[in-house]
Design a protein around this ligand. Structure first.
Ligand SMILES: Nc1nc2c(ncn2[C@@H]2O[C@H](COP(=O)(O)OP(=O)(O)OP(=O)(O)O)[C@@H](O)[C@H]2O)c(=O)[nH]1
Length: 371
């Protein structure tokens, strides 16, 4: 029992097959680390820790390059002896043995660091150094740097193991970057799938989702919810008279004005369909919602967007139907849309360029609150 287990024997006391076993174990561990977790920094740290713990290296580090490959920008390192670390990052690839490894694109074996002009001392006990480019499909990600206190440590077998470690690290970095890029692309796609191409505001799909969520939330909290349906007046005659491109421009302006009127992230502005926009206002009573709608209607008028074919005014105007209720989880959210729609119809039939409000009280059913 009392002796050191074979597994824990130091490098110097192992025979050739014992050393080969350690190298094989390290390679196996690095391979499994390479597929662990999405945090690159943590994965690289575990790899250098494993190398520094099991082998007679004073410093094991992975030094990463920037996108252009001109500077080292990040270093993950492990070591067993007190260090005087080299200068602050970033540092250019024009200096140091690591820089030479990048510039040449080849591994660098330094049998005696005292006589290498590029060696940057990181530890006074270091005798030899081995640097391997971290290369994946022609892209250089950085350098695997190993510094040993033994002059004879970097045998061809040891170097071959570190070459394999560097390949694993390169694969890990590549995989992590691909995952990151995929996540970013997914986020962009998610945003695109939720926004309206013409106006840049939320689209109908986004509105439906957020409206259902808001309905549920307000129902749980017993709070009010107002919905404004904002419809451009006489838009068909506008398109006919001025062309669809001008119509599009006016829609973009209307969306911009709605966004200006909205306050904070809870107030959703969306394109409900065609020339109809929606504004969702949580926690608004009918008079408060009416004031917000009036403010928007006036802002649209004040823009004076020419409308030569409108019987209402010489500029673009909007009619706004406002529905207000205290949501109830047992009632479908569509009920509020129907109420706002009826209010919009009322605003249109009463002459357009106006606001009409309807509240929905569940016990009594819908009632006109526009007087
Ligand atoms: N330029 C443009 N026009 C659109 C767009 N979406 C819908 N429209 C047009 O908006 C017009 C809506 O017409 P109608 O529903 O008849 O209503 P309106 O002419 O605005 O009349 P009222 O709403 O009753 O005042 C249609 O001619 C649609 O082609 C769009 O993205 N761009």
């Amino acid at each position: 029992m009392g002796g050191v287990r074979e597994k824990d024997l130091p490098w110097g006391e192992r025979d050739a097959s014992g050393r080969r076993a350690v190298l094989a174990e390290i390679l196996a561990q690095v391979s499994s680390e390479a597929f662990e977790g999405e945090n690159l920094q943590a994965v690289l740290q575990r790899i250098v820790d494993c190398v520094a713990r099991r082998l007679p290296v004073a410093i094991a580090s992975i030094i990463l390059l920037d996108e252009d490959g001109g500077h080292f920008v990040q270093e993950v390192w492990a070591g067993r002896i007190g260090l005087d670390l080299p200068g602050d990052l970033p540092w250019p690839v024009t200096v140091g043995a690591a820089g030479r490894c990048v510039r040449s694109g080849r591994a660098q074996l330094i049998a005696d660091v005292q006589h290498d002009p590029d060696y940057v001392p990181g530890n006074r006990d270091v005798r030899s150094e081995y640097l391997v480019p971290i290369l994946h499909r022609g892209r250089l990600h950085g350098v695997l740097n190993l510094e040993s206190t033994r002059a004879d440590f970097f045998t061809p077998e040891v170097c071959a193991t570190f070459d394999a470690v560097a390949s694993q690290v390169a694969g890990t970095i590549h995989l992590t970057r691909v995952v990151l890029e995929l996540e970013q692309a997914n986020r962009r796609l998610q945003l695109l799938s939720m926004s309206d191409g013409l106006t840049g505001i939320a689209n109908r799909r986004c509105f439906d989702q957020r409206f259902a969520e808001t309905w549920r939330r307000q129902a749980e909290a017993g709070r009010l919810l107002a919905l404004l349906l904002v419809d451009a007046d006489c838009f068909k005659p506008l398109n006919d008279a001025c062309g669809h491109l001008y119509g599009d421009e006016c829609l973009r302006e209307l969306a911009r004005l709605c966004r200006e009127v909205a306050r904070g992230p809870d107030e959703l502005v969306a394109r409900y369909g065609g020339e109809e926009l929606a504004l969702l206002l949580p926690d608004h009573t009918a008079p408060q919602a009416r004031r917000r709608a009036e403010c928007l209607r006036r802002r649209v008028e004040a823009e004076r967007l020419a409308h030569p074919a409108s019987p209402v005014a010489p500029h673009v105007t909007v009619s706004i139907g406002v529905g207000v209720t205290r949501p109830d989880a047992s009632i479908p959210d569509q009920a509020l849309i129907a109420v706002a729609d009826r209010a919009l119809y009322a605003a249109k039939t009463r002459g357009r360029n106006r606001v009409a409000v309807r509240t929905m009280a569940h016990a009594r059913g819908p009632r006109d609150a526009d007087r």
